[in-house]
Design a protein around this ligand. Structure first.
Ligand code: 48F
Length: 256
């Protein structure tokens, strides 16, 4: 068995990471949040040849997928989203008319693997704190290591991009940074009013139909759509998240 000097192990990790980080300071698309909508958007954009970087504040990738419904790790996916699962080789079981179930672990890991294999780079443990705005347009995000973000007085770094996607889920954390600045940054009138009560079928359609550019250079997908436009919540059904990610990828690609 070959022996390794511990310094060489550390050197290998730091040099590989900083090479990756340096390369990702400028992207075509930067996505905040590696949940189902962000990973799906990243996959389709990378497949089209765009340089896509996903920034995730947590250690794990997959957002709300892992716990399924009530911590039972199966999620529901409706028929219109099945072609996405098939394209990614993610298995599913037919349950009721129009409704499948997917093992939550297979969905989270499958989306992650397919996005990365398509060319997406995921940087985890980085919290998006703010946006960059130049000439009235969002030109990227301001971010800090999760471990120090909001804990120590350490300045952040920036990741610039032609398009920024807020896929941070219920918080719509990126849009919220603009909203708190007041009317200077004009957002849709309902912005950041928070999502409405449960209506699964309506909510699933809503996140696809309202996936959009909310401010020049800034798009929303998934539950961020509900937070921004006040759409209904929908619980552990994920087809809308996948379709919303795919839809926003088409919109961004058409604009770039
Ligand atoms: O919450 P999340 O899974 O968002 P989504 O893609 O999907 C929503 C569903 O999971 C579920 C649902 C389905 O019916 O209702 O909630 O819209 O994933 C959002 C990801 O963004 C990360 C967060 O850790 C999660 O992995 N995130 C949130 N805020 C930040 C962030 C931030 N400020 N910086 C970086 N990542």
């Amino acid at each position: 068995m070959t022996t390794f000097d511990e310094t060489k192990i550390s050197e290998a990790i730091t040099s590989a990471y900083f090479k990756k980080l340096l390369d990702r300071l400028v992207s075509d698309v930067v996505i905040a949040g590696a949940g189902p909508s962000g990973l799906t958007a990243g996959y389709y954009l990378a497949r089209k040849g765009f340089k896509v970087t996903i920034i995730e504040k947590h250690l794990s990738i997959g957002g709300g997928i892992w716990g399924g419904g009530m911590a039972m790790n199966e999620v529901a996916v409706q028929d219109p989203a099945v072609p996405i699962l098939q394209e990614m080789g993610i298995r599913h079981d037919r349950q009721h008319e129009g409704l499948r179930t997917v093992d939550a672990v297979e969905l989270a890991s499958g989306l992650c693997l397919k996005a990365i294999q398509a060319g997406v780079v995921v940087l985890n443990l980085i919290n998006v704190e703010d946006v960059c705005v130049r000439d009235g347009r969002v030109t990227g995000v301001v971010a800090n290591r999760t471990m120090i973000s909001n804990v120590l007085a350490v300045d952040p770094i920036t990741f610039t991009a032609k398009a920024t996607l807020d896929a941070t889920g219920h918080e719509a954390a990126v849009v919220a940074t603009l909203q708190k600045r007041g009317p200077t940054f004009k957002l849709p009138e309902t912005a950041a009013i928070g999502e409405g009560p449960m209506d699964a079928a309506k909510g699933e359609t809503f996140v696809v139909e309202h996936a959009s550019e909310v401010f020049p250079g800034l798009w929303v997908s998934g539950m961020s759509v509900c937070a921004v436009y006040g759409g209904p919540r929908m619980g552990p059904i994920f087809g809308g998240m996948l379709l919303s990610g795919k839809r926003v990828a088409e919109l961004i690609a058409a604009k770039l």
